[in-house]
Design a protein around this ligand. Sequence first.
Ligand code: NAI
Length: 216
Amino acid sequence: METKNISSAVIKRLPRYYRYLSELLDEDVERISSNELSRKMHVTASQIRQDLNNFGGFGQQGYGYNVKYLYKEIGKILGLDVVHPMIILGAGNLGQALANYREFEKRGFKLVGIFDINPVLEGITVRGIEIKMIKDLGQFIKENSVEIAILTIPKNKAKEMADILVENGIKAIWNFAHVDLETPENVIVENVHLSESLMTLSYNISKYEQEHKDNE
Ligand code: NAI
């Protein structure tokens, strides 16, 4: 399938389509029109048609979209049709919370290892996975073909650990530390900043209050 030259804005919307389609599948819905999908997702029908046309248009005039097919194809585009072995670095509050979340596995993100530098944590299991020490990291990555590392360590350690991960052949880093990581081109980084999402929420609260005050 041709996925070249697709704008990052469209790619960003795909996980949302995927989530809605997954819900439709759970409800045994076989097909859906762009209008129905539009009502559910609060996105215009034309936006949906435009987005999905990027991938050769999975819909048919008068029939709509075949939910199972569309779900599968978007899954392929997002690389969810293969297993991505991943590890967590930093078995603190956030690392353990992520480790305990089973749902990632449904999408092919398989947690295979957890690492920390605190010897007190060594050998403790989180959802059946033993916390290991950093000295075992390199060998573990190679032996388990680890693709993704989740960084949930203090900010001041993130760069050093990212370098070690890169040296050991990691393909991607899901970075929660509040720092912009520089990695070689072949190592993909996705930064997650929950606080930025909270700030957006805060902005929207202020905006709503302002607008309603003005209307009083
Ligand atoms: P925490 O202090 O509970 O856990 C950090 C863990 O990392 C500890 O177990 C520590 O021993 C370990 N660690 C330290 N250096 C390490 C290294 N070089 N290699 C492996 N493990 C190492 O902290 P918490 O609350 O789990 O937060 C973790 C990080 O995530 C912090 O940097 C925090 O600022 C960040 N954070 C980011 C969020 C986001 O939205 N991006 C949200 C919440 C936290």
